[in-house]
Design a binder for this molecule. Structure first.
Ligand code: 5AD
Ligand code: SF4
Length: 467
């Protein structure tokens, strides 16, 4: 998943002076964004309201990411800064709680309190529903570490989504349907931080999606570390996969746009590909990481597919939905990667053509098999390869965007733009679209014509056009 959390504008609920305030800082993937909202909701039931700054917060909660190097280090330096803030607070006679949640909490546990005694509680991703009890213990002065995998279903125990909160967060929403991973790619820490693959039941997901739609949400992105491995029992007693679930969600009044992320190539089954062919509300965008293009490296990564199998899969998806935009994740410098292997990755990128992509230098994660492999690639080689790969991907991305100039498309208007008189929405292919405010209001899906592109956005004509 992608580091988008920092880019999201999070709206804070208004607070009166006698309510307790919590500031939640989110690192990492969309799943963490979703978790932060659910944690804020759970704390809301406990009398806390969210605030947009640490300065007036009674509690600070860091929702952390462990996916790549230095993630934990970032958390420790943030905790250093927070210690100063807390000391100032104490000097003026008030208290502040500090909690660490997320994947660093899960991976480091008690070590966090040992290294940063300023922390009052540590809570792993599987136990968020216990947050109110953890906070109340911490408030009475105990240090709390809660990282046991919960046996009870955390989603069952979390309070239902609050309509007012959902409305305040806008017309698009995330909905976690699956968590954890059983794939064990040799570079990845997720199976250790998020645990085994678990799918939420159909009834829970449908109920949450209905609630979101009733609260004004028009676009839902289903989340899972391995979202297309989601499975459950349909109302007819039959086993459902993600394709069937999407068909069901597509019938919900008001939910006009569906997306899902992140998918593993091995789990793209026919039913899901057919859903892309049949469902108008399933947006033509697919994040389908391949990581590398060399069969030797793919094998060492334990991806369980070859480069050509991935190419054939992309062909089948494009046959079902010709206008689909593909996005991917890439890792350069996995142990043992030669110049030739890297060239195979570049060749695969040229063959497939991506509308968007995220790319990283391999970063050894303690406890994963990749970290113990010989032939680690030197840093300068990784940097050089990353630069070449990103140049190619950027070229593809900008070609994709330029190809949209002159096209008429439906845009879901999401928020005010940077300049007065503007609204910003999203294209079906996920690019931000800057529109004139007279085309409609937030929450509308309007038809506009693209006239030009700027760095990462499409710019639309200043009027709505006939669909
Ligand atoms: N080093 C570099 N990149 C990684 N990713 C996951 N683990 C690592 C690692 N150890 C990347 C993968 C994944 C994305 C979320 O992060 O590309 O798809
Ligand atoms: Fe980071 Fe955890 Fe999300 Fe992976 S699952 S990107 S480790 S927050």
């Amino acid at each position: 998943m992608n580091d988008i959390a920092e880019l999201l504008d999070r709206e804070a609920a208004p607070a009166s002076s006698n309510t307790r305030k919590v500031f939640v800082k989110t690192y990492g993937c969309q799943m963490n964004v979703y978790d932060s909202q659910r944690m804020a909701d759970a704390l809301g039931a406990d009398g806390y309201v969210e605030t947009a700054t640490p300065d007036d917060a009674d509690m600070i909660l860091l929702n952390t990411c462990h996916i790549r190097e230095k993630a934990a280090e970032k958390v420790y330096s943030e905790l250093g800064r927070l210690r100063k803030l807390r000391d100032q607070r104490r000097a003026s006679g008030s208290e502040m709680l500090i909690g660490v949640a997320g994947c660093v909490a899960q991976a480091e546990g008690e070590e966090i309190i040992r290294r940063a005694p300023v922390v009052d509680f540590v809570i792993g991703p599987q136990t968020y529903h216990r947050l109110p009890q953890v906070v109340s213990k911490a408030r009475s002065g105990d240090k709390v570490v809660e990282t046991e995998y919960a046996i009870e279903d955390k989603f069952e125990k979390l309070p239902a989504r609050d309509e007012k909160q959902v409305r305040a967060r806008g017309v698009t929403a995330f909905l976690t349907v699956q968590e954890g991973c059983d794939k064990f790619c040799t570079f990845c820490v997720v199976p250790y931080t998020r645990g085994a693959e678990v799918s939420r039941p159909v009834s829970q997901i449908v109920a949450e999606a209905r609630k979101l739609a009733a609260s004004g949400v028009r676009e839902v992105t289903l989340l899972g570390q391995n979202v297309n491995a989601w499975h459950g029992e349909g109302p007819n007693g039959r086993e459902w996969g993600l394709g069937a679930l999407l068909r069901e969600l597509a019938t919900i009044e008001g939910l006009d746009r569906l997306r899902y992320t992140t998918s593993h190539p091995r789990d793209m089954d026919d039913a899901l590909i057919e859903a892309h062919r049949d469902l108008d509300s399933l947006m033509p965008y697919l994040h389908l990481p391949v990581q590398a293009g060399s069969d030797r490296i793919l094998k060492a990564m334990n991806r369980k597919h070859t480069g050509d199998e991935y190419r054939r899969l992309v062909d089948r998806i494009r046959a079902a939905r010709p206008d689909i935009a593909l996005s991917g994740d890439f890792i350069v410098g996995f142990p043992g990667e030669t110049d030739e292997d890297f060239e195979d990755t570049m060749r695969l990128i040229r063959d497939v053509g991506y509308a968007q992509a995220f790319s990283f230098k391999y970063s050894p994660r303690p406890g994963t098999p990749g970290a113990d492999m010989g032939a680690q690639v030197p840093e300068p080689v990784k940097s050089e390869r990353l630069q070449a790969l990103q140049a190619l991907l950027e070229e593809q991305q900008s070609a994709f965007m330029r190809g949209l100039i002159g096209q008429t498309m439906q845009v879901l208007l999401e928020k005010p733009g940077r300049e007065p008189g503007q609204l910003v929405g999203r294209s079906p292919w996920l690019q931000p679209v800057v529109c004139d405010e007279n085309v409609g209001k937030i929450g509308d899906i309007v038809t506009v014509r693209i006239t030009r592109v700027s760095a990462n956005s499409l710019i639309a004509d200043n009027r709505e056009v006939e669909p």
